[in-house]
Ligand binder design. Structure first.
Ligand code: PTJ
Length: 249
């Protein structure tokens, strides 16, 4: 669809197009449309911009990746079509492998998504031929790669399902979630939750990492509390809704 660049909701409409096109191309699961709509609603509430209250989470996420011995970036359908290029850049700049890991897993979609990430320049992309399973999860959503997610100490998981976030945490991993919904099970389960659109969060994490020493990272992590961070974001949302409500005539 041709969306005029001067449309006030250009970026949002383009993202919708990417997700819809992703379904047609066999990259995004059809339920990804619903997940995207939920994300849009929360993005609307925060003003479709990275809010100040999200910065501690972004810095802590960067810090956790900087200090990890074996970090990994988990990529699903929605993430790959919305932020694939930025994820490939983050991965290459900081030597963090990527694993295509799907909730609604089909081997065909894994292969397509691995190819998409490679086309964006990503060098190490795991996910095909999984040889391990995340304990405690039934069905194919548990499948993962031994040298990737299974053995990683820190996992960046954009748009994750709450159950899997919990299973990863129970494996002792530092789970860094990107989720626009601060009330989701994933947001409450992760060690670090970044409440921002994946499209903005990934470049923001990279920018922080580019400038962060291990020493700085440890300080950032020491001062971070996920519950405090989520509460300040929920407060921001409540205040903004009240303000927006006043403009209704
Ligand atoms: O490709 P697959 O098979 O792995 O499936 C991916 C989806 C996203 C369909 C699957 O993981 C899923 O169903 O996720 P949920 O449980 O709907 O959770 C998605 C969460 O991501 C929700 O809390 C949304 O608010 C949030 N979200 C949606 N779009 C974005 C987002 N968060 C950040 N950036 C977004 N663009």
């Amino acid at each position: 669809m041709d969306i005029p660049e001067d449309h006030p909701r250009y970026l949002s409409l383009m993202a919708r197009e990417l997700i819809a096109e992703g379904v047609e191309k066999g990259l995004v699961d059809r339920t990804g449309l619903i997940a995207h709509g939920r994300g849009e609603a929360f993005d609307y509430i925060i003003g479709e911009a990275t809010i100040e209250q999200a910065l501690p989470g972004i810095r802590a996420g960067a810090g956790a990746l900087v200090t990890a011995e074996h970090p990994i970036i988990s990529v699903n359908g929605n993430t790959a079509v919305l932020a694939g290029r930025d994820i490939a850049e983050l991965s290459s700049a900081h030597g963090i492998p990527i694993e295509v890991n799907l909730f609604h897993r089909t081997e065909d979609r894994v292969v397509r998504l691995v190819e998409l990430m490679r086309s964006h320049g990503a060098e190490e992309v795991l996910g095909v031929d999984p040889d391990e399973a995340i304990p405690g999860l039934s069905h194919a959503r548990s499948l993962c790669s031994k040298e990737g997610i299974y053995s990683a100490d820190a996992v960046l998981v954009p748009l994750e399902d709450g159950d899997r976030a919990l299973a990863l945490r129970e494996m002792g991993k530092t789970v860094i979630a990107i989720d626009l919904n601060p009330l989701s099970r994933t947001a409450g389960t992760a060690v670090i939750t970044i409440v921002d659109n994946v499209v903005r969060a990934v470049p923001a994490i990279k920018k922080e990492m580019d400038m962060m020493s291990k020493e700085d990272a440890l300080k950032v992590l020491e001062g971070f509390d996920n519950e405090d961070s989520l509460n300040s974001i929920i407060e921001f949302m409540a205040d903004r809704l009240r303000e927006l409500g006043k403009t209704i005539v």
